[in-house]
Design a protein around this ligand. Structure first.
Ligand code: SF4
Length: 332
């Protein structure tokens, strides 16, 4: 017999581990129903308990633009989307300056993100330069192409605390990367002592509740420091843009359901893009993103908010915002 939303929410609040049918049931709840608000409430409660009431803002800097042969159709850098002709990269000085801005404005963790063509050796040099310039122990996180055990050890040696890595929705079908390769990278990172942040992404209106549920459990199996949900931002040339963008109200239900799937052991629940509803519904991690971005057609852009604006939005949603280095990346 199908379980009620109330029973599934009570199970999550009681420390139970939700399975695929239960998650499908929650994802299918109408976004403006009483039950949706129950899911929001329970998610918020779990997030507050998991993070001791402290929300965080992480800053991400995109290092380069250019056509990428991994060809993830949702990404502005995908070769087949044809948005970027000539590759270009930020200089070391520009990277150090942008990281400094994040640090002085109170980002709790700082990410360097690069396309699939960025050589690891160059990325490690950028990481070392950024690390050396920091005045505080703010964690430095890598968001890059797949790597093996040796790559993971090198990242750790260069001063990275962790990685952001995701097994994306329809990985291997709308990307040229085998799902097993994404998971192998997460395994290599964990063996090297790198912490992993991830989320359910990029959510589009074409995805079934079953797909969302299966990939949510894949994020849980990575033992991440945070999970959450990010919607796909439609890139004009992408064939996926025929599917309408998911609105923030729906994304609030998605990220709240992801939170219930993660339980109290996963500190963070993130929402990309400036989703205030998400901050009410349990997201305790917002982003400030500058430089290049796979969800934007410009070489240098700002996605979401600045660090200060994101901190302010979290406060408006009733969160205390952590000062100093990320508690999410202080585990282990
Ligand atoms: S998401 Fe990353 S790997 Fe995929 S096309 Fe974009 S830059 Fe390349």
């Amino acid at each position: 017999m199908e379980r009620s939303v109330h029973a599934i929410v009570d199970k999550a609040l009681g420390g139970g581990v939700l399975d695929v049918p239960e998650l499908e049931h929650l994802f299918a709840v109408p976004k403006l129903s009483q039950e949706a608000y129950l899911i929001h409430y329970a998610s918020r409660k779990l997030s507050e308990e998991a993070s001791h009431g402290k929300a965080e803002v992480h800053g991400q800097l995109g290092l380069d633009v250019g056509p990428c042969p991994r060809d993830c159709r949702f990404c502005s850098f995908a070769m087949s989307n044809g948005a970027f002709g000539k590759p270009s990269r930020l200089s070391v000085d520009a990277v150090v300056e942008a990281c400094h801005d994040f640090e002085v404005n109170g980002a709790n963790a700082i990410y360097l993100m690069a396309t699939g063509t960025y050589p690891l050796v160059d990325f490690l040099a950028m990481g070392r330069a950024a690390r050396e310039a920091f005045a505080t122990p703010v964690p430095l996180i890598a968001n890059i192409d797949d790597f093996d055990d040796e790559g993971a050890r090198q990242l750790k040696g260069a001063g990275f605390t962790g990685i952001y890595h995701a097994l994306r929705l329809e990985e291997g079908m709308v990307t040229r990367i085998e799902p097993a390769r994404r998971l192998a990278t997460v395994g290599a990172a964990r063996r090297a002592g790198l912490l992993v942040g991830t989320c359910l992404e990029p959510v589009g209106s074409e995805h079934t509740f079953a797909e969302l549920a299966e990939k949510t459990i894949a994020t849980r199996d990575m033992h991440p420091v945070f999970s959450g949900a990010m919607r796909r931002v439609n890139i004009p040339a992408s064939p996926l843009s025929a599917n309408p963008t998911v609105d923030y109200a729906q994304m609030a239900l998605v990220l709240a359901t992801v939170r219930l799937a993660m339980g109290r052991d996963v500190v963070g629940n993130c929402t990309h893009e400036p989703n205030r509803i998400g901050a009410m519904a349990g997201a305790n991690l917002l982003w400030a993103e500058v430089g290049s971005n796979p969800r934007d057609m410009s070489e240098s852009t700002v996605r979401g908010w600045t660090v200060q604006r994101a901190r302010s939005e979290l406060s408006e949603a009733g969160w205390d915002v952590l000062d100093g280095p990320s508690a999410m990346y202080a585990q282990g």
